[in-house]
Structure formats: C-alpha cells, structure tokens
Ligand binder design. Structure first.
Ligand code: KG4
Ligand code: ZN
Length: 336
C-alpha cells in the first residue's frame, strides 16, 4: 500500500509517500521559518494561511516527481495533533477530502508518534522494547515503548520544552528564529570552561525535566558580562547543560526500565553535541542509541506517512469528521 502523508502541525508543510514493504517513495518539505523569523516566533494565523497555499501544489509536485499516480494511493495519513489547531486543520481537511474523493481510508496521526517512529525509517532499526527521548519545540518526553502505540510515560518537562529553551535563549542572544540550530553553531566557537550552567533537577529522583531556569541563567550571565566572546561562551555553556541533563535522565531511564536501547527523536535530536552525549551514555550502559537522519529529526511528512501506514495496515482508520487536537497525550494512543 502506498500512503500519502501530510504534516502541517506548525510551520512546516511536509508531504511524503511511503510504500509498505518498499520504503519511502519520496518526500518534500516547505519551511515557513523565514516568514516567521521577523516576528521572532511562529504566528499561528500566518502559518495556517501559508499551509493552505502550499499543501495541494506540494502533493501534486511530489506525485509527479515520485512517478506515483493518484490511483496507486491506498491510504492517507494526516497529522491531527498536537499542534496549532488552525495549521492542523489545513492538512487534516485536505487529507480527509482527498481520501473521500479517491475512496481510500484515512488515518489521523499523532505528531509525537510520528517523531518517535522516525528512527524506524533508517537502515538499522531498534527492536522493541526501548526507551525513547522525544525532544522538540513543544515537548520533552521520556517514554518506555513496548510496541507501536504502546507508550508508557516516564517523565516530561514541567516547564519549557528543550527546543523552546534553545529558541528562547537564542532570542536573548539575538540569534533570530528558530534559534536552536543558530545557537548550536555559535556554541562551536565558545569555551567549554568559562561558564558552568546548572543541570536542572538532576539531584532529585524521577525523570522530569525543567529547562526554563537555564534561560534565566543565560540572561543573568549576559547582564554581568560584555565582551566579544560572551555570546559564544554562553551558547556553549547552555548547550553543554542541556546535553548533560538529557544524558543523565536518559541513563536513569535505561537503568529504571532495565533496557539498553535508547531512541532519540524530535527537532533537538538534530543537535550534534546532544547526539554524541546520548550515544556515549547508551554505550556506557552496554547498549546502543538510535536517531533519525537529521532531516527527519525536525518536522517532516515522512514520519507521518510511515506512522500512518503502520496504523492503516492494521486496519485502523479515522471517520469523516475532522477533529484536530491542540493537546493529545501520547499515552492515549491505541496499540497496533
Ligand atoms: O520537532 P520540531 O521540528 O518541531 C516541533 O514539533 O516542535 O522541533 C523544532 C525545535 C525548535 O525548537 C528548534 O530550535 C530545535 O527543534 N532544533 C534544534 C536543532 N535543530 C532544531 N535545537 C538544537 N540544535 C539543533 N541543531
Ligand atoms: Zn515536531
């Protein structure tokens, strides 16, 4: 079955074709980041309007490029949440309408399940069960994964998500939006020894995170210093603190679950230092870490087509009603 996947939960319109048994047939992405950059963050109304303009032409273009005709499409997967409701509504309505017109089933996909399963699109895939760390702009979650749809929450951020902390700290540094990749680039030039930022909540038991204090720490440090390397040094100290905190909690999660496989996904998992640190701790536990390729760490259509294909193949489908959800706990997912 060839599944058309549509992602529109935030500021990226992602389209992909996934064929069960054969793999990814094609994918394309339009990022609105430049449009939102001058506002310093995503403007929901502008995001929805832009998705409306892009989604159908992108589907047309991908079908042509991948030499797949609409008659070959066996199902449609669209992101139904969590995310910006107006933006979700666009992809969901288009996906639902195409499924109706083409008389194929459609399935509403959970955006974070898409991220979580993205590493399974790679050559070397983890076996179930594993511990997954999901680090994006909106979520920081540790989950025990026993199978598709079998998610047991272990911990989450009690305030800012890891990506949000990157973006807010980058803003303080005048790096624009989205700040994560820019901050990470600047950190390369920073000193690892000049400042040591706290590792929040590591001295307490449990697997929850808190990242909002790091942003405040960065602000205070910036107020106390004014020299040429301050932005790079703060970036480096911030990145080290996030990487270390994630590593400490992931190690604890592996030990608590007595598992050795660590899967890391979501936009922040594109970060090189974080990938290195998490690989080290998985290996220190005698295990292995798994990441998506960098372009599938951030939002994309491929992960939605893939997660949707697994659910459609199992016979699952979503009715005609379109009900995007701003919030949607991963633990509510049904096992496949
Ligand atoms: O998964 P994603 O594309 O969208 C959400 O579902 O939120 O994640 C976007 C987040 C942004 O906060 C962005 O700054 C962060 O991922 N990000 C990074 C890097 N690439 C993206 N953060 C740190 N280092 C990176 N290389
Ligand atoms: Zn995402």
């Amino acid at each position: 079955m060839i599944v058309l996947g549509i992602e529109s939960s935030c500021d990226e319109t992602g389209i992909a074709l996934y064929e069960s048994g054969a793999g990814l047939r094609g994918h394309t992405l339009y990022s609105q980041a430049e449009m939102h950059a001058r506002y310093g963050g995503v403007v929901p109304e502008l995001a929805s309007r832009d998705h409306i303009q892009r989604v159908v032409p992108l589907i047309d273009q991908l079908l042509q490029e991948s030499q797949v005709s609409k008659d070959q499409i066996g199902g449609i997967a669209y992101t139904a949440g969590p995310g910006l409701v107006g933006a979700l509504m666009v992809g969901a309505c288009v996906g639902r309408a195409l499924a109706y017109a083409w008389s194929v089933p459609a399935v509403a996909v959970h955006h974070m399940e898409g991220h979580l399963l993205a590493p399974l699109l790679e050559v070397e895939v983890p076996e179930f069960p594993f511990v997954a760390l999901l680090v994006s702009g909106g979520h920081t979650l540790l989950v025990r994964v026993d199978g598709v749809g079998q998610y047991q929450p272990l911990g989450e951020s009690i305030d800012d998500a890891a990506g949000e902390a990157f973006d807010k700290t980058a803003k303080l540094l005048g790096l624009g939006y989205p700040g994560g990749p820019a901050l990470s680039k600047l950190a390369e030039q920073g000193s690892p020894h000049r400042f040591t930022f706290p590792r929040p909540m590591v001295d307490r038991p449990g697997l929850d995170f808190s990242f909002s204090g790091l942003k405040t720490f960065a602000r205070n440090t910036l107020e106390q210093h004014n020299d040429e390397t301050i932005a790079a040094d703060v970036s480096r100290a911030f990145e080290e603190a996030v990487a270390d905190t994630l590593a400490i909690k992931c190690r604890r999660a592996l030990q608590q679950c007595q598992l050795k496989r660590l899967v890391v996904a979501g936009g922040v998992s594109a970060n090189r230092r974080i990938r290195e640190r998490l690989t080290e701790i998985a290996e220190a536990e005698g295990g292995k870490s798994y990441f998506p390729r960098p372009e599938f760490c951030t939002d994309n259509g491929a992960m939605i087509a893939y997660a949707g294909a697994l659910r459609l193949e199992s016979g699952e489908q979503t009715g005609l009603g379109v009900e995007p959800r701003a919030r949607w706990p991963l633990s509510e997912m049904e096992a496949v």
